[in-house]
Structure formats: C-alpha cells, structure tokens
Design a protein around this ligand. Structure first.
Ligand code: PLP
Length: 384
C-alpha cells in the first residue's frame, strides 16, 4: 500500500490528514483553517526560530530595500548584500571552508552529487538516504551500490572489494525518517585507511540540532576534518529556507559555481529569506548552545516516556522520533486519532518508508514543553 492508496482509503474512512490547511506561523502549536489549534510535532523547527521576532524583522527590512525577488539567477543578476553575507556566514560556521548557497538542500544534493560523482568511479550510499540523495545519485548515471541501513560491515566489505576504484560515500547525517545518526566515526575511519575515498554527508536534520556550535552530526562525532562535502539546510533547525554545501576542496567549489545548474540556473532564495537566514546564524552564535541544550533535555525526556509506553521507535536517539506500525492503515488510523486530540505529527507510509515500518514521525523543538510531550504520550496510550 503506497501513499496515494493510503490517502484515498483514509478519505473513504474519514481520517485523511495530509496537506493540512495551516493559518498560523510555525510554532509549538498551529491553527488550522477550521479554527482548531493543534500541538505541532510535524515541523522540523528544532531551534524554534521560525517565528522569532528578529527573523521576521530582518526579512522585512531586506524586502523593504530589495523587494521580494532578485532579477534572475545569481550568475547573471548578482548577489544582494544579504546573499553575500549569507554565503560568508555559512563559511564562518565551518571555520572558513568554502560554502555555496542553494535555494533548497534538495537542489544542493540534486546538483552537487552528479559533479562529485565525476571525481569517483563508484558511489556507495546508505539505502535509507533521503530521496534528494537518491535523485542526485541516479542523475549522475555513475555506478552505485546501496548498503543496508547503517550496516557499516557491509560498507567496509564494499570498500574492500573496490580498492582499485575511487569511491564516494554518501549518506544522511541524521536520518530524516528514522532519527538515528550515521556512524560517522566508523565511516571516517575508512577514509583514514583509504585516503582517496571521499565522504559526502547530507546533514539537513543535524545541522543546527547537533554539535557544540551547531555544525551538526560531523561536529558531534568530532570528524569534520575528514568530510569532503557537508550539506545543510536553513529550513529545519534554523527556521528559514535554503540549502548550502560546504566544500573541503575550494578549487572544486569554484567549478561547482559554474557547472552546477541547480546553483547557477535557478533563482536563489529571496533577499528576505537570505536576510532571515543570516539572522538565524547570528542567533545560533549567541543562543544556539542554550537552545540545543534545552532541546537535548526534552529529547532525553521524550525518549524515556516513549520507551515506557513500549511502542517501537526503531533506534532513534534524536529529536526526530518515529512511532512505528506494521500496517500503513493502522499508522493512518492512529495518526487520525492524534489529530482528533489536537496533535499533529507526520504520517510516513511507503514509498517513504518500508511498508512494515509505517510510522508517525514526531519532531521535537526547543519551544515544546514536557507537558506537551506528556499530553502526546497520553494520547498515544489511549489511541493505541
Ligand atoms: C536529509 C534531507 N535532505 C534534504 C532535505 C531537503 O530539505 P530542503 O529542500 O527543505 O532544504 C530534507 C528534507 O526533508 C532531508 O530530510
């Protein structure tokens, strides 16, 4: 049963929940068109910045100066000061490495993986990698092998069997649907043994959420210096929109600027968004640690409560928590039950996840409280 079947069947049974009509800013709760206020566990607003007054002020002031759009793709129509500053801020976050901004991190993966693949003979990727990684790998037309999720032994075997080739390893940092973190210590050890190998980490969920300074899963694992490409997004922890790629090889980054169509042939984020993103990174520098610590404490508490409830949450350890069901329609029914009690999660069914691991994904943010979590756990207990 795939997502369209689940959607049709849910409509028939009266518990359709996709594409909610939202009429409030993104926060710990959300108001819907029909006036209901829902507790919002469906956003990835991990640091709780989406509706921050400073973010809004900075977007408005940039729009007042530059309007709502730039004239064309940046290669021909230029950068505003906000776009320049943003690219600079990305670079500063990663201690001076060259960074390029993209309109989304989907576009970053779709555009940069095919170019990174030209430097390799074989791509090895985690089977559960995000769809944007898969799309980039398929677009590259390069030979690839997918190792089963988090199976480092299999990855090691594949590396050993292909020592004559230049290998590119690609994986999520924090996995978007499972909430676990790639074993970056072991993956980077492979690079220490085989220095020609390159590592590409899409850390859309980890950037801002993990690491002392918010550099993400690679910082948390202490392996930043071994990573060749880090992809991040402003659309999750940083409460704005837009993707970026941080490159170890600055000469290659300069090539990407000219050769990557999703960089140079697509409109950049608007000046307002670029400005809000700059502000998010400024807030990260001063308050990020405090916000991450608050989120980590709430994450620890929620995992404890979910474990006590006894539902299957796979091996998640982060603020992304799946509640897993063997049957997609059962997941849809429980999700509708939660919506009925004023709780919004995200219903994942095939092809996003394997059929027997359909799930409601609950994402925590800095703005949630322990009583929000208690209310949600209690609702799950009653419905299940
Ligand atoms: C791992 C991963 N990469 C990339 C993306 C795309 O993010 P965006 O295009 O919003 O920047 C997502 C979004 O859900 C994701 O989970």
């Amino acid at each position: 049963m795939r997502i369209d079947d689940v959607a049709f069947k849910s409509k028939e049974l009266g518990f359709y929940t996709y594409f909610p009509q939202v009429r409030s800013a993104c926060g710990r709760d959300m108001t819907l068109l029909d006036g209901r206020t829902m507790l919002n566990f469906a956003s990835c607003d991990y640091l709780g910045l989406s509706n921050h007054p400073r973010m809004k002020e900075s977007a408005i002031s940039a729009i007042q100066k530059y309007g709502s759009n730039i004239g064309g793709p940046m290669i021909f129509s230029g950068f505003t000061e906000y776009h320049e500053r943003l690219q600079q801020r990305y670079s500063e976050l990663y201690t001076g490495r060259t960074a390029l901004m993209f309109t989304t991190s989907y576009q970053a993966n779709f555009g940069v993986i095919p170019l990174a693949a030209e430097r390799a003979d074989l791509i090895l990727l985690d089977k559960l990698s995000h769809v944007s990684i898969w799309d980039g790998v398929k677009l590259s037309g390069s030979p690839f092998r997918a190792y089963s999720h988090a199976n480092i032994e299999m990855l090691e075997q594949l590396v050993l069997l292909n020592l004559d080739k230049k290998i590119l390893i690609v994986t999520d940092g924090v996995f978007s649907a499972d909430g676990d973190v790639a074993n970056l210590e072991k993956i980077t050890r492979l690079k220490q043994l085989h220095p020609a190998l390159e590592i590409y980490i899409d850390d859309a969920h980890g950037v801002g959420m993990l690491g002392n300074s918010g550099q993400g899963a690679c910082e948390a694992a202490g392996v930043l210096s071994d990573i060749d490409y880090i992809v991040g997004t402003m659309s999750k922890a940083f409460g704005s929109s837009g993707g970026f790629v941080v490159f170890k090889d600055e000469v290659f980054a300069e090539k990407v600027r000219f050769r990557c169509p999703t960089y140079n042939a697509s409109r950049s984020v608007s000046p307002g968004v670029a400005s809000a993103s700059c502000t998010a990174l400024e807030i990260n520098a001063t308050e990020g640690s405090m916000r991450r610590a608050g989120l980590a404490e709430l994450t620890r508490y929620t995992h404890e409560q979910i474990d006590a409830l006894g539902v299957d949450k796979l091996y998640s350890k982060t603020a992304v928590i799946p509640v897993v069901f063997k049957d997609p329609m059962e997941a849809a029914r429980v999700n509708a039950g939660l919506v009925g009690k004023g709780i919004m999660g995200s219903l994942f069914v095939p092809p996003f996840v394997p059929k027997h691991q359909s799930r409601i994904r609950l994402c925590l943010t800095y703005n949630h409280t322990q009583s929000d979590v208690d209310y949600c756990i209690d609702a799950l207990r009653q419905i299940i």
